[in-house]
Design a protein around this ligand. Structure first.
Ligand SMILES: NC(=O)c1ccc[n+]([C@@H]2O[C@H](COP(=O)([O-])OP(=O)(O)OC[C@H]3O[C@@H](n4cnc5c(N)ncnc54)[C@H](OP(=O)(O)O)[C@@H]3O)[C@@H](O)[C@H]2O)c1
Length: 231
């Protein structure tokens, strides 16, 4: 599919894992990347990846920090926003042992932050031509999947799916594509070494999928392989 280049791509949660690899891939093909990271020291050395990657500090758990990020991007059209930042929600997520603080934090980062960041950058997205908002959620949040445990992670990702579906409906008239995407079970700090696929496989699948998404697919839940996922 023909793709105008260069595009401006904002990736939130770019210090590690899938977000970091997506930064590399977009920059490699000539897109301009604004990489949102919690702390610059975390990416020392990473700027050597490409001069097309510009790092900016943003802690998506803090509305103040997201506001400063918004100010820094004022006037910059954003073609693609990728919300990759995420947390597992703590070690204790069981019927008989629950870390409620970690559960609330999971909702802050996994559910509320994608809404917070997307609304903060709405003017930037509106200024682009058929902008796309992608939030990495998870099949673990699929109501269709009957599996146990991980209450905090599953519920925060299920809620993020719903938030993205509602945003998609509201932004469709403005030509903005919004989709939640399952990135696969990926060998990252979060996915662990036993996971199914490498970070390179996941990120390159995601980049291909995002290229293909149009308004005809907005508001639907996708996998990194480009297959529609049941809610
Ligand atoms: N890996 C998998 O198998 C898998 C499967 C399904 C879905 N996902 C989802 O895919 C996304 C990326 O996962 P991953 O495996 O790449 O995770 P990861 O390796 O654990 O990286 C998580 C990223 O989120 C960032 N982050 C966490 N809290 C943040 C905050 N308050 N503000 C800004 N950034 C923050 C981290 O930054 P710091 O370095 O500063 O901590 C890091 O860059 C997540 O949303 C995850 O839930 C992953």
């Amino acid at each position: 599919m023909e793709r105008p280049v260069p595009r401006t791509v904002v990736i939130i949660g770019a210090s590690r894992g899938i977000g970091r690899e997506m930064c590399r891939l977009y920059a490699e093909r000539g897109d301009r990347v604004i990489a949102g990271v919690r702390a610059l020291p975390a990416v020392i050395g990473a700027s050597a990846m490409s001069s097309l990657i510009q790092y900016r500090v943003v802690d998506v758990g803090s509305p103040l920090s997201v506001g400063a990020f918004q100010d820094a991007l004022a006037g910059t059209p954003v073609d693609i926003l990728i919300n990759s930042a995420g947390v597992l929600g703590g070690d204790r997520q069981n019927l008989d042992d629950m870390d409620y603080e970690a559960w609330r934090h999971a909702f802050d980062i996994n559910t509320i932050a994608p809404f917070l960041v997307t609304t903060a950058l709405l003017d930037n997205l509106r200024a682009a031509d058929e902008a796309k908002v992608i939030t990495l959620t998870s099949q673990m949040g699929s109501l269709n999947q009957r599996s146990t445990g991980s209450y905090a992670y599953r519920s925060s990702k299920a809620a993020a799916n719903k938030v993205m579906q509602v945003m998609a409906l509201e932004l469709e008239a403005e030509g903005i594509v919004v989709c939640p995407v399952h990135p696969g079970w990926v060998k990252t700090d979060m996915g662990g070494p036993q996971a199914d696929i490498t970070v390179e496989e996941s990120a390159s699948g995601l980049v291909t999928l995002i290229d293909r998404l149009t308004l005809a697919q907005t508001g639907r839940f996708w996998t990194w392989e480009g297959v529609e996922h049941p809610w």
